[in-house]
Write a protein that binds this ligand. Structure first.
Ligand code: GLC
Ligand code: CA
Length: 554
């Protein structure tokens, strides 16, 4: 396969609300982001993915779009966007937009028209159905953010479908006008200088049988919509058309948020002629929650489960397609807390570097989520009222309904809340970590004096500098080709403490070892030339120290 620019790239994810505020209103914005482009260039970033910046009532922080062809006032203007494109280009950085086309906001003008009357020309742009004979919802699907996936509309006496919140009505992809309008919108952004798209919740666009109940034993009588609407037969026609009429006509990169894609469907998604270039998998990040994603029902997982998920994915990628490598994003807690639980303060930096090493050198394009490069950690707000994320409030309520105490319910939010990763970026040790001169929309994590950019820039042994080294190793060293193209093979597969693998290409072989525990683990003698380690003193070859990670040339 001919090498694509995005296979050699490192992508950095920006959560715009929390990155950098330029005007003191407590909300990050495009001007603030532009101020920090030099920081990202210093790190070695090739492309930034910005979470949605379109006008939105912000019910789901921008994933509820009310106008696809503008910029939200709190983030700036189309002119600021153009400046951002130009400033990024000056630094050889590309731009990836978030494309949210399964649903809009209920405040989008299309939906306002659609709900105006049964005969409105846009009625069929959304999914409307009559109630059952007893007046209840058309079926028993539960939305991802809780409660029925159907919302009653008094004016026209029908229900509309929403996979996510009731302020996020689903578009009707069966309607050709809807599809054409969305495709034109995508092309409009490409003309504006966008180099790629992260395509939100795309495996939901084809719906299952809208009049059928799902079996359930849940107390609310509902069953999660994912069991009926994920990756349904026929979705391929929509995705092929999307690709043909948009992405395929430009030199872009696309990465799909695509839960529910079975291994046998992988080639159609990301194979040589796949709908997308890469997709985000979930097995490795969701191993601590059950299949319906209830936060208060934690799953006991072991390193073995993580290894199995990684090897399954990488083995596929050896055959076909390309990986999107990630540990964190705006929907996930911080990786240190998730993968390692309680880590002593003295071990934090080492542990963060160990996690970085293990995922960054897998086969695929690495994504870094803002603050991950500092080893930022979860937050524990003292009350559910401080949380802004609607999934957190919903999960808290579900936990109470299931009989948990308010303390236990809050603890499950501490563990899993999406706000864990949405706290403001920690720039320095001044008030509010210098994220804003005003009041931040979400409180800064109180550990900002110990974890911040300014201090890590000064410290060559910081997590930040380690990420920079990893990026250099991947992009500009004599091992680049192997890191990009090498075949993955799991090693020490049965070991309970160490995750290990090799990458092999054109006669060169790299060994990556990561100790996930805070104890020393003996190894059988390993011969090799160490290229990188997260300790100051050299790797002994006979044991991995607590949280030690090492990269060797075999
Ligand atoms: C995706 C986004 C998430 C959002 C949801 C609905 O999963 O990553 O943040 O809430 O889609 O748009
Ligand atoms: Ca602002």
């Amino acid at each position: 396969m001919e090498q694509k620019w995005w296979q050699k790239s490192v992508i950095y994810q920006i959560y715009p609300k929390s990155f950098n505020d330029s005007n003191g209103d407590g909300i990050g914005d495009l001007k603030g982001l532009i101020e920090k482009l030099d920081y990202l260039a210093f790190l070695g970033i090739d492309m930034i993915w910005i979470c949605p910046i379109y006008p939105s009532p912000m019910d789901d922080n921008g994933y509820d779009i009310s106008d696809y062809q503008d910029i939200a006032a709190e983030f700036g203007s189309l002119q600021d966007f153009e400046t951002l494109v130009a400033e990024a280009k000056k630094r050889n950085m590309k731009l990836m937009m978030d494309l949210v086309i399964n649903h809009t906001s209920d405040e989008h003008k299309w939906f306002i028209e659609s709900k105006a009357s049964l005969s409105n020309p846009k009625r069929d742009w959304y999914i409307w159905r009559n109630p059952k004979e007893d007046g209840s919802a058309p079926n028993n699907w539960r939305s991802i953010f809780g409660g029925s996936a159907w919302e009653w509309d008094q004016t026209t006496e029908q229900f509309y479908l929403h996979t996510f919140s009731k302020k996020q009505p689903d578009l009707n992809w069966e309607n050709e006008e809807v599809r054409e309008t969305l495709f034109n919108m995508v092309n409009w952004w490409v003309e504006k200088g966008v180099d790629g798209f992260r395509v939100d919740a795309i495996t939901f666009i084809k719906k299952g049988n809208l009049t059928e109940d799902l079996p359930t034993t849940d107390r609310d009588g509902l069953a999660l919509i994912s069991h009926a609407c994920l990756n349904q037969t026929g979705i391929g026609d929509f995705l092929t058309e999307l690709k043909q009429k948009t992405f395929a006509n430009f030199d872009l990169v696309t990465v799909a948020e695509a839960p529910g894609v079975k291994p046998e469907a992988m080639p159609s998604y990301i194979g040589d002629n796949g709908y997308f270039d890469m997709l985000f998998e979930f097995d490795h990040v969701d191993l601590d929650i059950g299949k319906d994603g209830k936060w208060f029902e934690p799953v006991n997982w072991s390193l073995h489960d993580l290894k199995t998920a990684i090897t399954k994915s990488q083995t596929h990628l050896n055959e076909s397609g390309w990986g999107a490598l990630y540990l964190e994003n705006h929907d996930q807690p911080r990786s240190l807390n998730k993968f390692l639980g309680e880590v002593a303060e003295a071990d934090r930096s080492k542990a963060a570097k160990m996690l970085a090493t293990f995922y960054f050198l897998l086969k695929g394009t690495p994504f870094i989520y803002q603050g991950q490069e500092l080893g930022m950690t979860n937050v524990q707000y003292e009350s559910i009222d401080v949380y802004d994320d609607l999934a957190s409030t919903d999960q808290y309520e579900m936990a109470l309904q299931a009989g948990l105490s308010s303390e236990e319910a809050l603890q499950s939010v501490w563990r899993r809340s999406r706000d864990n990763s949405r706290t403001p970026m920690q720039w320095d040790e001044t008030t509010h970590a210098d994220f804003t001169n005003g009041q931040p929309w979400l409180p800064v994590n109180e550990n900002y004096k110990a974890i911040n950019v300014e201090q890590q820039l000064k410290d060559p042994s910081s997590v930040l500098h380690y990420y920079k080294k990893l990026i250099e190793l991947r992009k500009t060293s004599e091992y680049s080709e192997t890191i990009v193209n090498g075949v993955y093979q799991s090693i020490l597969t049965e070991n309970d403490s160490i995750l290990g693998y090799t990458r092999e290409y054109a006669g060169q072989k790299l060994v990556v070892l990561a100790n996930f525990t805070n104890s020393s683990i003996q190894l059988e003698e390993l011969a090799g030339n160490p290229l990188l380690t997260n300790y100051e003193s050299p790797f002994s070859g006979r044991a991995l120290r607590p949280f030690e990670a090492v990269v060797l040339e075999a």
